[in-house]
Design a protein around this ligand. Structure first.
Ligand SMILES: O=C(O)C(=O)C[C@]1(C(=O)O)C=C[C@@H](O)C=C1
Length: 361
């Protein structure tokens, strides 16, 4: 190997040409897979297969490339291959610059057709109506808990969950002017305002906190009115030409949001087991003593672990609740199937929301 800069760069150029030829060979193979899928009428996007490809490579990676760098590279390669099979249209809580858009790009790769939506309801509507193949919505935040609207829509729409991803969420105070003085209102999504409550109380006491439909919408408003500030990502700051007055103003430095990918089960079948999956369901039980225990016993007996348990009022006026449950494993794995069957018998309402690969990065 040469030791001088021009010599090393010439080697890099040669390796890049080899890589290009190999990636094109891979793309041609994916195109051939696409032809078979077209004939069979089966869905192009197979999250469990993409997960297996990445995990398989991580297991044999000799380095020096780090395993955490490997995943985003192959995600993009597979997204580009997928785009040759068919364009993937993804609806998300927009406008451009939201964390939900970032989650969509991380998960599906940047070659998607972006369908920004003004609300979580619209993401579900666009995906149900077929104007998008997938929808991406926030489902829970490590500081603020469940995203209520998303949970309610799981109940009332036929969409299923086909994937999940989580993001470290950093909020920044953004403004046209490079000073804190004279801010009349801070505009952001209610969740972001809540996540930055302490910082706002300390540094901008008495300033109005104005809830808007998304953080990027707040940034768009702040870009038009110098008296307004926004709480949003640095991507939104770039998108709308705003200054970052204070970076990372969220109360919890490890603030994370979990997003899920939803799809219409008529057009996108349930992902097959990947080896490390999550099963999501929503149930209701009769309002009687011991009903909760009856719900948990079948899980214990089948050896299934629960990773999330969340309740939402059923809005019946009777103090009845829906329970949102995440289980470890895939609904097609025998012990999970057994637990689901036993659970169903104890529930007055039972809806399987999906079985999908766990987010492993
Ligand atoms: O294996 C497939 O089913 C493919 O379509 C190929 C491929 C890939 O690029 O590896 C692309 C899209 C799918 O989501 C999964 C994998």
């Amino acid at each position: 190997m040469p030791q001088d800069l021009p010599g090393l760069r010439a080697h890099i150029d040669a390796v890049d040409r080899e890589l290009l030829a190999l990636i094109n060979r891979r793309a041609a193979l994916a195109q051939a897979v696409g032809e078979i899928k077209k004939k069979e009428g089966s869905p192009v996007f197979r999250p469990e297969r993409e997960q297996q490809v990445i995990e398989g490579l991580k297991a044999v990676n000799p380095g020096p490339l780090k395993n955490e760098s490997l995943a985003p590279i192959w995600r993009e390669v597979m997204a580009a291959c997928r785009a040759l099979e068919t364009p993937t249209r993804v609806a998300f809580l927009g406008p451009a610059g939201t964390f939900t858009e970032e989650a969509a790009l991380n998960y599906f790769g940047s070659t998607i057709v972006r369908v920004p939506c003004a609300s979580i309801d619209e993401v579900f509507r666009a995906t149900s109506a077929g104007s998008a193949d997938f929808g991406v919505v926030p489902v829970e935040n490590s500081t603020e808990g469940a995203v209520a609207r998303t949970m309610d829509l799981f109940l009332t729409t036929p969409l299923t969950i086909v994937g999940e991803t989580s993001l470290l969420v950093r909020h920044n105070l953004l403004r046209l002017r490079e000073e804190l003085d004279g801010i009349q209102a801070v505009c952001a999504h209610p969740q972001a305002l809540a996540q930055c409550h302490e910082w706002l109380s300390r540094h901008l006491p008495g300033v109005e906190r104005r809830p808007v439909s998304s953080n990027a919408e707040g940034a768009r408003m702040a870009a038009q009115d110098p008296s307004l500030a926004a709480l949003a990502s640095t991507r939104a700051a770039n998108e709308f030409g705003l200054h970052v007055l204070a970076p990372g103003v969220q109360d919890d430095p490890l603030n994370r949001t979990r997003f899920v990918m939803v799809a219409d089960p008529q057009r996108q079948s349930l992902p097959a087991p990947s080896g490390m999956d999550c099963t999501s369901l929503v149930v209701a039980v009769a309002n009687r003593p011991g009903a909760m225990v009856d719900l948990l016993v079948p899980l214990k007996e089948a050896g299934v672990s629960m990773s999330r348990f969340e309740s939402r009022p059923a809005r019946s006026g009777q103090w009845e609740y829906y329970f949102y449950i995440d289980l470890q494993g895939h609904p097609e794995e025998p012990h999970v199937a057994q637990a689901l069957q036993a659970l169903r018998a104890h529930c007055s309402f039972f809806k399987l929301l999906g079985g999908y690969p766990l987010d492993r990065h």
